[in-house]
Each structure stands twice: as structure tokens, then as C-alpha cells.
Write a protein that binds this ligand. Structure first.
Ligand SMILES: C[S@@+](CC[C@H](N)C(=O)[O-])C[C@H]1O[C@@H](n2cnc3c(N)ncnc32)[C@H](O)[C@@H]1O
Length: 300
């Protein structure tokens, strides 16, 4: 990476590793990466300096700061706690989609849900966790898959827990408003039934989730690397997709191990297309499809 002479007088001997209006040095980058690692488990190297620069320069501008050194000092201080949250939100990648990696929802509909929904009809409890739910597209897709099989699901003991570290994403999911473009992957029949038009026309139209869809999903803030998780009961399925990819191998292995006691025997774990269950927990799961695993011990 090319190093550029910095601009302002206070930065006379500091070199920026990214070209632009603000100075971002290797040391700033190291500090930002260390904070993100401590707060979220996300592992960033200097190769991501351009991304860090482009995502955070808006923050510097709106705070009227002149350099990343000042920004680092702020987010490392007690007064900067709020801004540290904003930094985290800016640096997490929230890419998601309704019906992303559709084979998981086909597997859910064909294999996992039929016996669970039978159980629910007889008064049983169904719990599914979307662990790193981003803006809610993933948990609502799970809910739509359930509603496709059991339209009166909201009247049964069926709940999807949707969690994410990013408060903005949790708020978006809770609000349940999506654009026309975001809803494109949702089958027309399901969209007609479970979304309500809010405002706008054509491509600029916004839709809100209908009450029956909303009632199935509970959004909460949760950090996957927190020392403990508050959930008491177990889940029959966990979706943890496209998040551990940002963690180091050891953190990934720890997360997989922590899912084991959170699943019912025979419960399913769905992971992202470029992820794999690693570490000691790999022995607890058997493959059940593309990036789909089943906890051993069904029927025990
Ligand atoms: C790329 S999105 C994946 C969303 C969804 N699971 C999917 O596959 O479409 C990754 C999400 O993980 C969240 N995330 C990152 N680190 C996290 C952590 N330590 N705990 C919980 N969520 C985290 C981000 O905020 C982001 O919304």
C-alpha cells in the first residue's frame, strides 16, 4: 500500500495510508481494528484501510474532526461511548436479502418445519434463532416460510428470535419497512398477503410487514462474542449466516461450540455459503445439506 505525505500542519510527519482529505495512519488503523476486535470479534487487517476510510470519513466530517488520530482519541475515551457504537455500526457489513441462499428455506420448509408445525398445532413450542439478523430480511424470510405452511402461525407458540450487534439494524427489523426492490425476491402471493403498502409509487414504494408476520419475530440486540447469552430455552433451528466469516478461526470455533447447548437434539444449524463448522463442535454435527448441519442425538 502506498504511503502518502499528510496534509495539515499538525500532521507534518504523519503518513496517511489512504489518499483523501483525512490522515489515516497505520497506527490509527491498528487502534480502530483493536477496538472493533474487542467490541465485536471482527478481525480487520490494514488491507481494509480503504474501506475503513470510506465508511468513517462521514463520521469525521459530521463531528468536525480533522484526522483519524482525533477520531481514535474520541472513540477510546469515556465520552466517546456513543460514537464508538456508531463506529461499530459503520464498520459492520450488513449485506442481506430476503430469501438469500434460498436452499436453506427450501430445507426448512421441506424437512424441518413439517414436524415442528404439527407439534405447534398440538400446543407445542417452536423456537428459531436468526443470530446476526441484519435488517430483518433473514428472520422475516423464516417467518414467511412458516406462514406459507401455516397461515395462522401467529396464533400458536411459534417465535423467531432475531438478534444483531448493530442497533440500527435491530431498529430497522423492528420497524419492518422495506423497499419495493428489497421485496423483489418475495413470492408475489406471500407479499400480497403479509406486507402492506405504506407510501410511494412504483420502484420508490415502501412496504410494511403485516401484524401476523411481525408477531412471529422478536428483535433484540445481542453480541455473539459476549461472555454469556441471555436465552434460556433451546432452539430447533439456528441461522448464523455470513457473520463468523469476519471472526478469527478461534472465535468461530467458540461460537459453534456455544450453539450446541442452544439447540434441541436433532436441531439444525444453517451457516453462510463460505463458512464451515470448525473446532470441537464439528464432531457434534452431521451434514444435512448445503451449509446445513444437524445436531447429533435426534430422538434422544
Ligand atoms: C453480512 S450480515 C449477514 C446477515 C444475514 N445473516 C444474512 O446472511 O443475510 C452480518 C451481520 O452480522 C452482524 N454482526 C457482526 N458482528 C457481530 C457480533 N459480534 N454479534 C452479533 N452480530 C454481529 C452485523 O451487524 C451484520 O448485520
Amino acid at each position: 500500500m502506498s504511503e502518502l505525505e499528510s496534509g495539515g500542519p499538525g500532521n507534518a510527519r504523519r503518513r496517511s495510508i489512504v489518499a483523501g482529505e483525512f490522515v489515516l495512519t497505520s497506527e490509527d488503523m491498528r487502534q480502530i481494528a483493536a477496538m472493533l476486535h474487542a467490541d465485536a470479534g471482527i478481525y480487520l487487517t490494514e488491507a481494509k484501510a480503504t474501506l475503513v476510510y470510506s465508511r468513517l470519513s462521514k463520521r469525521l466530517r459530521s463531528l468536525g474532526l480533522e484526522s483519524f488520530r482525533d477520531y481514535c482519541a474520541l472513540v477510546a475515551s469515556a465520552e466517546g461511548l456513543d460514537e464508538r457504537q456508531k463506529m461499530l455500526a459503520a464498520l459492520t457489513t450488513n449485506v442481506t436479502n430476503f430469501y438469500r441462499e434460498p436452499h436453506h428455506f427450501e430445507h426448512l420448509a421441506k424437512t424441518v418445519l413439517p414436524p415442528l408445525l404439527d407439534q405447534a398445532r398440538r400446543g407445542g413450542r417452536v423456537r428459531i434463532w436468526s443470530a446476526a439478523c441484519s435488517n430483518g430480511a433473514e428472520p422475516y424470510t423464516i417467518a414467511l416460510t412458516i406462514l406459507g405452511l401455516l397461515p395462522e402461525a401467529a396464533g400458536h407458540d411459534i417465535k423467531i428470535l432475531a438478534t444483531d450487534i448493530d442497533t440500527n439494524m435491530v431498529a430497522h427489523g423492528h420497524q419492518g419497512v422495506y423497499s419495493e426492490a428489497a421485496l423483489r425476491p418475495v413470492p408475489a402471493e406471500l407479499r400480497r398477503r403479509w406486507f402492506v403498502p405504506l407510501r410511494g409509487q412504483g420502484a420508490a414504494k415502501d412496504w410494511g410487514v403485516a401484524d401476523e408476520l411481525r408477531q412471529l419475530v422478536a428483535f433484540r440486540e445481542l453480541n455473539l462474542i459476549a461472555p454469556s447469552w441471555p436465552m434460556k430455552g433451546r432452539f430447533q433451528a439456528i441461522f448464523c449466516r455470513n457473520v463468523v466469516i469476519y471472526f478469527e478461526e478461534a472465535t468461530q470455533a467458540r461460537i459453534w461450540s456455544r450453539f450446541v447447548p442452544q439447540l434441541t437434539p436433532g436441531g439444525h444449524l444453517y451457516i453462510g455459503h463460505s463458512e464451515r463448522v470448525s473446532g470441537p463442535a464439528a464432531a457434534d454435527f452431521q451434514p444435512a445439506g448445503i451449509t446445513t448441519y444437524q445436531l447429533k442425538g435426534a430422538g434422544r
